[in-house]
Ligand binder design. Structure first.
Ligand code: FVT
Ligand code: MG
Length: 353
């Protein structure tokens, strides 16, 4: 008997009825709707679940005290002074979100060509790491490694004659990773897409005795239009000159994503990431199937903004769209999601119980 999708094909041909108790009933042996007839039945056959363990919550930092500043293009997301970030870390803990990620808005006066503020051991990110770890050592903290929040030109690396320099940038990224790790960061997440940075950072961490600091590599990061609101949030939107296509990936490619991921694993990445999320679910699936590594996905600012804006206009049920978009990542094979929806989704998951 030929089997396809779990049923003998021949069974479909068999006519079982000459008469039926139900008028107009179709002669169907198989009725997939039976398994969807009630919530309890749907729960029994559900293949994928989202839990609060799947969430990483990115927070934006700003200088000052007791300050919260709305990010215009990300309704519901604020830039936070360090004391407020500590409060949100507490909220994350209470919501059982395992990890938060920190991104600084850097005042234009502190930005320069080289992104020097990135390696300042007392920069906003390091201050926040220390403050959060002091009060809540149990929460995981992820720090991004790249120069874009700190450079006057908004690029992730050093620039010369309009070219983003690879090897020179990597040397600076190692120093950036070290100041963050020394401040107490648990996961270093290079998002710069320079070649060879994972190996160099791993070596730098190990040499400093920071053997347990993990690396989550933004391994397949695409040059994407969906980062627009994030650049607003960190203050790079106005300053960015040109685009990032000489270092971030071409959105047409997926084989290349596998090569990038393979390299980062070989260089010592503990976890890998695909970014953005929803437009690249196929890449998430391929990466997970190919490498069976802890695989994360970043639901980026533009994905958040699309759902939030449509919901605010009454065009979408925002909560349902949020949960559906997050579950899609699990279905595609992701082990976790960086999402600005994290606290909202966690609240919903906890009330659902
Ligand atoms: N390196 C972190 C990002 O670039 C985030 C992008 C986004 O949320 O749009
Ligand atoms: Mg790479």
């Amino acid at each position: 008997m030929a089997i396809k999708y779990g049923r003998p094909i021949e069974l479909r041909e068999v006519s079982r009825r000459d008469s039926t108790a139900v008028p107009h009933a179709l002669d169907l042996t198989v009725r997939p709707r039976r398994n969807r007839k009630a919530e309890w039945a749907r729960r029994m056959v559900r293949e994928n679940v989202l839990t609060t363990d799947d969430l990483i919550w990115p927070l934006f930092l700003i200088d000052g005290h007791n300050k919260r500043e709305q990010v215009a293009s990300m309704p519901g997301v604020d830039r936070l002074s360090v004391d407020q970030a500590v409060r949100e870390a507490e909220r994350a803990m209470k919501l059982t979100i395992p990890c938060i990620a920190l991104f600084p808005y850097t005042d234009p006066s502190l930005r320069d060509e080289e992104g020097s503020e990135a390696t300042n051991p007392d920069n906003l990110v390091c201050q926040a790491v220390r403050a959060i770890k002091k009060e809540f050592p149990e929460i995981g903290i992820l720090c991004d490694v790249a120069l874009d929040p700190f450079t006057s030109h908004g690029h992730d690396g050093l620039i010369s004659d309009g070219k983003i320099l690879n090897d020179e940038t990597v040397a600076v990224l190692v120093r950036q990773a070290l100041v963050q790790a020394e401040a107490g960061c648990d996961i270093i997440a290079p998002s710069d897409m320079m070649d060879g940075r994972v190996a160099a950072i791993r070596e730098g961490l190990d040499r400093s005795g920071l053997l347990d600091v993990q690396i989550m590599a933004y391994a397949a990061k695409y040059a994407s239009a969906f980062y627009g609101p994030f650049r607003d949030a960190i203050g790079s939107a106005k300053t960015l000159t040109g685009d990032k296509r000489t270092y971030q990936m071409d959105s047409a490619n997926t084989d290349e994503a596998l090569r990038e991921v393979e390299l980062d694993i070989a260089e010592g990445a503990d976890m890998v990431m695909v970014k953005p999320g929803m437009p690249y679910l196929d890449v998430v699936r391929r990466v997970k199937d190919t490498f069976a590594m802890p695989t994360f996905v970043y639901q980026v600012s533009g994905e958040y903004a699309m759902i939030a804006a449509a919901a605010n206009n009454g065009w979408l049920d925002g909560e349902r769209a949020m949960m559906e978009s997050l579950l899609a990542f699990k279905r595609a094979g992701a082990d976790g999601v960086l999402s600005y929806f994290a606290p909202k989704a966690a609240e919903k998951l906890r009330t659902q119980g």
